[in-house]
Design a protein around this ligand. Structure first.
Ligand SMILES: Nc1ncnc2c1ncn2[C@@H]1O[C@H](COP(=O)(O)OP(=O)(O)O)[C@@H](O)[C@H]1O
Ligand SMILES: Cc1cn([C@H]2C[C@H](O)[C@@H](COP(=O)(O)OP(=O)(O)O)O2)c(=O)[nH]c1=O
Length: 213
């Protein structure tokens, strides 16, 4: 093991719909950075801390009638607040890289684009919960819906979660919302073609990170 690099912490989020390769690429990115001597915190949302994982079970479990759109948005914001305060900010403060599988743009896309809350309201919850923390870079993976559906059929043979199982038009609004955010903030987003081979996508991720390394 080389000496840990003492640089300012960097916060990278991976975003997109289900089955686009976020968790696969998060792991490969974390391994590559660790091999380069960086301290890496690999985490995900909803989740990442004990409290946020408990909220994840409430949000994604398939028992009961589920949450209304506003309660759901508040629960995601609460899970994120705990995650940011207890895991992400301390890691960034000590100079670690934080690789996060989904972050605020998922709430903007799902609870906003998908469920109809305004972007302003979702961002207000984020300001209250997490003091508006944003990633340094957000990697947005895009895959044609036939490709991600085929992957999910193979991965989730035992069924999808409460949100993943929503109708196709809901997921189409989610994808369109991600697109709009990336267009509006080109300095924070990088688009990646998630339909390529896993290692081709990984190389594109490493190139996208170039300016931060
Ligand atoms: N580039 C790729 N090509 C083919 N299959 C992939 C690729 N990336 C991921 N997969 C597979 O597709 C499924 C979904 O990938 P995953 O990383 O879990 O996506 P997400 O976290 O975005 O839902 C998994 O079974 C994974 O092994
Ligand atoms: C973080 C977050 C996730 N979600 C949804 C997206 C997913 O359907 C679900 C769980 O995410 P995840 O486990 O990342 O699903 P996948 O690996 O299939 O992409 O939660 C929101 O609706 N809002 C949010 O803020």
């Amino acid at each position: 093991m080389g000496e840990q690099v003492r640089a300012p912490g960097r916060f990278i989020a991976l975003e997109g719909g289900e089955g686009v390769g976020k968790s696969t690429q998060s792991k490969l990115l974390a391994e590559a950075l660790r091999a380069g001597g960086y301290e890496v915190v690999l985490t995900r949302e909803p989740g990442g801390t004990a409290g946020a994982e408990a909220i994840r079970s409430l949000l994604l479990g398939t028992e009961g009638e589920g949450w209304g759109a506003r309660a759901e948005a508040l629960l995601f914001a609460a899970a994120r607040a705990d995650h940011v305060e207890r895991l992400i900010r301390p890691a960034l403060a000590r100079g670690a890289w934080v690789i996060c599988d989904r972050f605020i743009d998922s709430s903007r896309a799902y609870q906003g684009g998908g469920s109809g809350l305004s972007d302003e309201d979702v961002l207000t919850l984020h300001r209250i919960g997490s003091e508006g923390l944003l990633p340094d870079l957000t990697l947005l993976f895009e895959v044609p819906v036939e490709v991600s559906s085929a992957r999910l059929t193979a991965r989730d043979a035992d069924g999808s979660d409460r949100i993943g199982g929503r109708a196709a038009d809901y997921h189409a609004r989610v994808s369109a919302a991600f697109e709009r955010f990336a267009e509006a903030e080109p300095e924070r987003f990088v688009h990646l073609d998630g339909a390529e081979d896993v290692y081709v996508v990984h190389d594109a991720v490493m190139s996208a990170l170039g300016p931060l390394l």
